[in-house]
Design a binder for this molecule. Structure first.
Ligand SMILES: [Zn+2]
Length: 319
């Protein structure tokens, strides 16, 4: 199967719509990370690794409870973000597989300041034709200041430094954003609330679009795009009075050229992920119990809708 055409126009309007709807559905937004944490040195992913006994593997709800306790100890020394390698190694095997099988391409749309927007194709069962995946590169200014060529600085920025991200899909919005907020790698609205049920989908890191997008960060196409942004930011520094936030847009032709390839990039699965087992799926009774507990509580509409969705997907469910 080859990838279809990914239209990259009108992403800003589409993003604004998704974000407005999302915000309307849930107004409270705080994060467990303090502002001082932004400049800290300790990777939340590393804290998570030690919390989950050393080896990178899929995150579970239990890990998160221990993680939160450790985060409180580490406090101010916490760094924001997660490296692409860490993100891929903490994702669920099923999401890695879905990315390989269903999501063929991620193409840059535009980069504004330190935020890169990518468009991916969507899975065969999806209601929409594309997804927008946002990657924040908090070390962008450091890359601009780095004594290296723009290409080298971009390569460093995209592979060695922590990122924060966001996807407009349901998997990210309803499940993974909560984990990302706790872990400090959520870009955009932080999710602080989650039903306290033993939820099998309360695990993982990247959705299938995210797996494809984050894996593609090391591609020449994206490195070139980011290098262009670094070059322009350097040029802007030389000219006083010029707006410092630069925007670099991709053209539809560039996107078409990237998706015209017959084969997608090969996603390399970390060795420890190959044998990883998934937790058993939630039963309809567990989901119904959670819904009963949530009903009538403020701000529960989004979560109820998500659980409804989940319930409908349980094989043999009445709904
Ligand atoms: Zn997604």
């Amino acid at each position: 199967m080859t990838g279809g055409r990914i239209k990259i126009g009108n992403t800003e309007a589409a993003l604004r719509r998704v974000q407005a709807a999302d915000l309307a559905s849930r107004q409270s937004a705080t994060t467990i990370l303090s502002p001082e944490a932004v400049s800290g040195k300790v990777s939340p992913a590393r804290v998570l690794m030690t919390t989950i006994d050393g080896a990178p593997r899929v995150i579970t709800a239990d890990d998160l409870r221990r993680f939160r306790a450790r985060i409180a100890e580490v406090g101010k020394n916490l760094r924001v973000g997660i490296t692409p390698r860490e993100a891929l190694s903490m994702s669920r095997p099923i999401d890695l597989k879905r990315a390989r099988d269903e999501i063929k391409f991620a193409v840059p749309v535009f980069m504004r300041g330190d935020v890169l927007r990518l468009a991916t194709d969507s899975g065969p069962a999806s209601k929409v034709s594309r997804h927008i995946f946002e990657v924040q590169l908090p070390q962008f200014t450091a890359a601009v200041a780095r004594p290296a060529t723009a290409q080298q600085a971009a390569a460093w920025l995209l592979s060695e430094t922590p990122i924060r991200f966001n996807c407009d899909c349901e998997a990210h919005t309803f499940w993974l954003r909560y984990l990302a907020s706790v872990g400090g790698w959520a870009y955009g609205r932080q999710e602080t609330g989650f039903p306290k049920i033993r939820n099998p989908r309360l695990a993982g890191c990247l959705c299938k679009h995210g797996v494809r997008a984050v894996d593609t960060l090391s591609s020449l196409l994206i490195r070139r795009h980011v290098a262009k942004a670094i070059e322009q930011a350097r040029a802007a520094l030389e000219r006083p009075g010029v707006r410092k936030t630069v925007t670099v847009r991709a053209t539809q032709q560039e996107a078409d050229r990237a998706t015209a390839r017959k084969t997608a990039r090969r996603i390399v699965v970390p060795p420890q992920q190959r044998a990883a087992k998934l937790p058993p799926p939630a039963t309809s009774r567990q989901i119904e119990t959670a819904m009963t507990k949530l009903r009538g509580r403020p701000d529960s509409a989004v979560l109820l809708a998500a659980l409804e969705h989940m319930l409908a997907a349980v094989p043999g469910a009445r709904h």
